[in-house]
Structure formats: C-alpha cells, structure tokens
Write a protein that binds this ligand. Structure first.
Ligand code: AGP
Length: 598
C-alpha cells in the first residue's frame, strides 16, 4: 500500500523524509516529495529506495515550510519515476493512497479538454481535475471539493497549490488518513506510525472531510461537514518505535508475545465480550485475509467445541462474490490487524448491506474497518511493524479464545469445571510460550538445515492444520521458499506423489487426541525417503529417532491452547530461515504491511 505524509513546519523536507522512513515497512518501489517554496511548487521523485530520493535532493537542495511526500506501492503503472508520486500538474501537486476506479473515464474527459498526461497511473487525474476547477473562479477548497466529487474509489490525498501561502490540504474516502497538531507544526499521514515525536495530538477525519493545515491552525473546511476538530492524545504511536536489541522488527515482535499474552491473560476483558449475545446466535461467519484468516480458522474450532455455535470461515476476497447467505441472528466477524485491508473492508460493507451484525477484531482501533463495524474488539498487540504478522496473530487468537470462553459461559454447552480449566490454561499460556522461546537456538539449528530446500510441505491435523498453513505462509513470505500446508490426512489423496529426497515434510505433532493418526502419516512420509522435520511431543521421536536439527520438542501443552503455542516455532523457523538466506525480514519483496487495494 502507498504511504503519504504532509508537514507544515520549519525544515518541512527533513520531517517529510523522516516520516517516509517510518512508512518504509509498508513496502514500496518509488518515492517523491513536493515542496511549496516562495509559493511555488517543486517536485523531486526517485525510483527504488528512499536513499535514491535523498541522493537527488542532495544534488538539488531545496527547503520550504510546506511539504508532501509519498512512498509508492505500484498498482496502476510500472515502478518508475514518471509514475512515482507526487503528481504535479499546473498549479497543483498531489500524493494519493488508494485506487480511483473511474480514472479512465476522467482521463478521457480531461484529454477532451486539452489535458496531456505523462504517467499511466490512476492518481494523475487528480491534479488535472483540481487544476481544471481552479481555472474557474473557485477557492482552493472549492476546487478540491469539486474535483473529489468526480472521483469513484478510495483515496487519501495530500494537496499543495501554488500561491497557497503554506496551506496543505488533506482529504480521504475509504483510505486511512490521520491529522496531527504538534507544538512545532501540523501534520497529515496515511498512518500514525509516520508521525514524528512532535505530533502528540491526532484526529481521524471522516470521509470527504476536507482539512486545511497551516502554521496557524488546522481546520475542517468542507462545505458539507462544518465542524470543530477534536484532537485526541496518542502517546502509543508517538513513542518512537525501535527494534531495541533485536536484529529486526519481526524478531522483536516474536519475542514481545510473552508480555502481550501475560497482559491479555490477566486483563479481564471478559465484560468487553459479554456485549455480544452469543447464546441467541444461529451462526458466526468469520472473514479475513492471510494470517488473519488462519486465526479465524482456529477460532472456528473453539466456538464450535466450547459453545456449540455453527461457524463458517471465509477468505475476504471470495466472500462477497459467492453471494453468501446471511441468516437471522448471524454475527459476521472481520479480522484485520491493520483494519485497512481493502478485501476485508469490502466484505464488511457487503455484510452490512445484508443487514448482518458486524464485529471488527482489529489492532488499529481508528481504522476504517473498526469505524464501519457495529462492534469493535481490539487485540492490544501494539504497533506491528514487521510485514510478516506475528504478535498480532497470537493476540488475535488470544482474543478469540476469550470470546469463545464468554460464548461457552453464555451457552453453558460445557460444564463449569471444564470452563474453569480452559481459563486456567489461558493463564498458563505465556509461561509455556516463554519456555518455547527460550529454546530458539534449537529452532535456528533446524532452520539452517530446512532453508537449503526449495520446496517444503507442512502437515498438521485438526485445529493445527491452520497453524501449518500459517507456518507455510510465514516461511514463503519472508524466505521466498515455496511452502504448502495440508491436513495430514490429505497426504495420501495426492500430495504424497510429490515426496522424494528433495521434498521435505515438516509435521506439527504435539501430544493430543490425534497423535496416533499423525504417526501413521509420518510413517507414510518416511517410507518415501522424504526428509522429515517434526515439531512435537518427545514421545513422537521415540518411534522415529530424528536428529537435533530435525526434531524440536514441544513441552506438555494443554490441548485448548496448542494453536497459540505451536505457532511460535513456525514464526522462528521463518525468521531464521530468512536471516540465513540473507533476506530482508521486515520488508520482504512485493509485500506491503496492509493491502489497501483489491
Ligand atoms: C501476514 O504475515 C501477511 N503479511 C498478510 O497475509 C496479512 O495477514 C494479510 O494481508 C491481512 O492483513 P490484515 O490482518 O491487516 O487485514
């Protein structure tokens, strides 16, 4: 997803470049800035990483007090300087995050009016439109409002206009935008993470609420939405996010999980979950993408096993195209770390159009998904910078676990004694997790051997199939090793044809009700000489005798919390494999932290 930032302050260029640096984790392929200097706009852009932009600026230094910047994750048009943002035309320069769905129609209209375009992007129509209206007797704000009135799709915009005496304009529809008032300046950005230490107070504008920022004030100047801006304090993000002693944000976030789960296991939010009337529900449908979808798959088992509530799980990009049947008393839950995933947001809007009750399970409580759902539960993971989601996943599972216990209490499907035991398991969880993390060196050994292969099969059974899927996703998205996950019982129905000395199989095999079944699957693998790696109970290895870099022993783990514990070795395996292969762990190629385009 693209990142935008705008600053009205002394040495605005420096602040914008620092902000773009804080947005790098989202993934990008080009960048640029526009500066209003002596009421004239200057635009500098570069392909590739931010260092290329800084190099260009060093060759043609320029500064001013009003500046916008952009990191681009290409959607329309290749990654090159022409397509990079800001797009400047005539009196106007614009940075954009989102997708303009009717840009071709607008482009044709503008070309009929004599406009010429340089780029193949959708965004470039925006400065042309604003310019067109500026040519009529209109104020800057009127011209911007007239232009965005023509746009269909999603956008978060930063706009500079020649002669605008250091005004910066910001407006959004469907894409994230945050405004901030600091003691030394005024700021706008697509993500609070981009804001620097000066921005203590923030405000999240509504859709199409046009904001004017300058050195004296920040005001809403929409004709349709005339209101006073109420800022909120936002210490959580203002604190500079650092890796500490870790080599990457991902490594830091993996090890942060113990403290987060300790906090979640003592902070009694159950009253937070009792606002949902689980006992009268006919069905729960959980919709998400990627890692959040695997968390949903685990939650299905918990709601069905402990509360006897029918649960369906669906991938957000598939959900609304299959004409899902929404029934009375159905709760649709939308799981999203960023709260901005376009597929999930679109699915939420579809469910709302079908009058379903909607609940957002998010990390970013001011996000679009959180704001549009009927209910919102926070996962309390804190800012997650690594593109590969780790602590958010375990916090999603933790909140789902607590929701399932609340549902079990309301439906009384299991007896009080079992419910108490499930709650005790949850309190134990961070301490068991800590023991697993303390043996990270053993996983590193396994990773050094595993990462020599180009393809790997992950197997799990029951609820751990979703953990095998998450493990395969983690490995492929940061080490670029091809990995596929299967329910172990499926092996003999086709994938077994793949097995040979070059196709290793990693099995998650803890002590649980399915261990015996899993053992026969493991035998099938061994019989075909496929290299075997196991993360499981010590009793499994008594039958197989794998070496230390092939077998990682899991401690005794209560079955109900197995998914949350067994994902830890998966996360470490991916981290150490990628590090061994010299990959960029925090910013893997082609990926963005939040995919705000469909
Ligand atoms: C997870 O490691 C991936 N980066 C990706 O699959 C992610 O989970 C997915 O894009 C959903 O993101 P969200 O939770 O912010 O909606």
């Amino acid at each position: 997803m693209c990142g935008i930032i705008g600053v009205v302050a002394k040495s605005a260029v420096k602040s914008v470049l620092e902000g773009l640096g804080r947005l790098e984790y989202r993934g990008y392929d080009s960048s640029g800035i526009s500066i209003l200097s002596n009421n004239k706009i200057h635009t500098i852009k570069a392909e590739g990483k931010l260092t290329n932009l800084k190099h260009r600026l060093s060759r043609q230094p320029i500064d001013g007090d009003c500046c916008i910047g952009h990191t681009r994750w290409a959607t329309h048009g290749r990654a090159n300087v022409t397509n990079a943002h800001p797009h400047q035309y005539g009196q106007v320069s614009v940075v954009h995050n989102g997708i303009i769905e009717n840009y071709l129609h607008l482009k044709q209209q503008l070309m009929q009016w004599g406009h010429h375009f340089n780029s193949s992007t959708d965004s470039e129509v925006i400065p042309h439109l604003i310019n067109h209206y500026l040519a009529q007797p209109m104020t800057h704000e009127e011209a911007i409002e007239k232009a965005i009135g023509q746009l269909k799709g999603s956008y978060a915009l930063g706009v500079l206009i020649n002669g605008a005496n250091n005004n910066l304009y910001a407006v959004k529809q469907g894409s994230p935008l945050v405004i901030s008032q600091g003691s030394h300046g005024a700021y706008m950005a697509s993500d609070a993470m981009a804001l620097g230490a000066d921005s203590g107070k923030i405000y999240y504008p509504e859709d199409n609420e046009l904001i004017t920022l300058n050195s004296n004030e920040i005001k809403c100047c929409s004709r349709s939405i005339n209101k006073k801006i109420h800022f909120i304090n936002n210490k959580k993000y203002v604190k500079a996010v650092s890796k500490g002693e870790h080599s990457s944000f991902m490594e830091k976030e993996i090890f942060e999980q113990v403290d987060l789960l300790k906090r979640l296991s003592v902070n009694n939010h159950t009253n937070e979950y009792s606002i949902i009337n689980f006992k009268d529900l006919n069905k729960i449908t959980i919709i998400a993408c990627g890692t959040s979808y695997y968390a949903a798959s685990v939650a299905k088992t918990w709601f069905e096993q402990y509360a006897n509530i029918l649960v369906e799980v669906d991938i957000a990009s598939e959900y609304r195209y299959r004409s899902p049947v929404v029934i009375d008393n159905e709760l649709t839950i939308f799981v999203s770390q960023s709260g901005e995933t376009a597929d999930t947001l679109a699915a939420l809007r579809y469910a709302k159009s079908k009058k379903a009750q909607t609940l957002a399970l998010v990390n970013a409580v001011n996000s679009s998904i959180a704001r549009e759902a009927n209910f919102t539960f926070e996962i309390y993971a804190g800012p997650e910078i690594g593109v590969a989601s780790t602590k958010a996943f375990s916090c999603q599972l933790a909140i789902f676990y607590k929701m399932a216990l609340e549902a079990a209490k309301q439906t009384a499907f299991i007896d009080k004694q079992e419910l108490t035991q499930l709650a005790l398991n949850f309190v134990q969880l961070p301490y068991i997790m800590e023991k697993v993390l303390q043996r990270c060196a053993d996983i590193k050994l396994m990773a050094k051997k595993l990462c020599k292969y180009s393809n790997i099969l992950f197997l799990g059974r029951g609820v751990l199939t979703a953990i095998a899927q998450e493990g395969a996703l983690k490995l492929k998205e940061i080490s670029y090793i091809h990995a596929e996950a299967y329910a172990a019982g499926e092996l003999k129905h086709g994938p077994i044809a793949l097995l040979d000395e070059q196709m290793p199989v990693l099995v998650i095999a803890p002590k649980n009700s399915l261990t015996e079944k899993l053992l026969s699957n493991i035998k099938e693998v061994q019989a075909r000489n496929a290299p075997l790696f196991i993360i499981g109970d010590h009793s499994i290895n008594e039958h197989i005798n794998l070496r230390d870099d092939e077998f990682f022993e899991l401690p005794a783990i209560p079955e109900s919390i197995l998914p949350i514990i067994s994902v830890i070795p998966m996360q470490l395996l991916a981290l150490y494999s990628a590090q061994t292969l010299g990959k960029n762990v925090d910013q893997p190629r082609n990926l963005a932290k939040s995919v705000t385009v469909e």
